[in-house]
Design a protein around this ligand. Sequence first.
Ligand code: SF4
Ligand code: SF4
Length: 329
Amino acid sequence: MKEKDIYKELFEMYDPFYTVNMLEKTMIPLLRIQFTPKEAELAVTIGFEGGKIEALSEKTGIEKGKLKKILNIMADKGTVWIDPATEDPVYKTIGLAGPGLVETGGWGNIRFPHHVSLMKALHHFEVEFGKKWLPAIGAPVARVWATPAALPEDAKPEENVAEMIKDAGIWGVSNCSCRQPHWITDPGNHCEHYLETCLFMGDMVRWGLERKMCREITYEEAVDLLKTCNENGLVHTHDPGEFICNCCYDCCVFFVGIRSTDAPILSPSEFIPRFDDDNCSACGICADRCPVDAIEVEDTAAVDLGKCLGCGVCFPTCPAESIQFERRV
Ligand code: SF4
Ligand code: SF4
């Protein structure tokens, strides 16, 4: 099979809504960097279902020891998932997102010599992904979590992201897979947030540690990271069972999509801010921090609930302490 055909085949495998051409211009160059032609062929053969080494060896005709070695290299590159801490694991081609190629390249491939070209290809792909693929889904792909410090007393444990990650047993952190590619692609023209803000839980940490894609932290450090990220204006999103993104307006694929379309890419948290008009000094700090321009300040601050994500970024820096959160009705 010709080299270009296998990349096209791999691209079509990654195109779950058959929106061919939507991402082809930026995705095929990314696939060419992330997969050698032989790896691309292997990824197509084992697919997203994958299997154990015995079955995959039979399917591919590659001897078990050799196949294991190839699949481990692919896992280090973030293109294959290997069930962590299991003696006879399932190996499968990693999906597109959540966690998938959009994330794992940015977390791990920095160790490979072609990392600059990879980061550039990843950034260009992520911009297209945010602007075209996410809005095409037509429904939110992830949710926002109100920052724990802002939660009202009646918040339930399942509405508190700090509670939701409590029982994970193991926690980790890595560089943000949106911010790092953006910074490397466009040096000096990007946000100034920390890079190390992707919070992992459970098997994602075990896998990330085996692949040296993250470092382990304690639960207390994970909660502290959420607090610091909120204070620095980052929005907690995604799934506490796997990983929590701390998203900035500048680099995050979700916000690339939100900036360029009205599509419902993120579903808001259960909470909204309420401003104390008697205390508000109309300083405008909350409006400047809001990632979706949901706050207008004239004599006092007022929020557009249609835009508000309920993230709590406006909460921690109000000098008058006049912002409280309450349940969205
Ligand atoms: S007003 Fe803005 S910063 Fe405050 S919770 Fe809503 S989206 Fe977040
Ligand atoms: S930060 Fe506080 S005091 Fe300043 S405008 Fe917002 S609510 Fe008012």
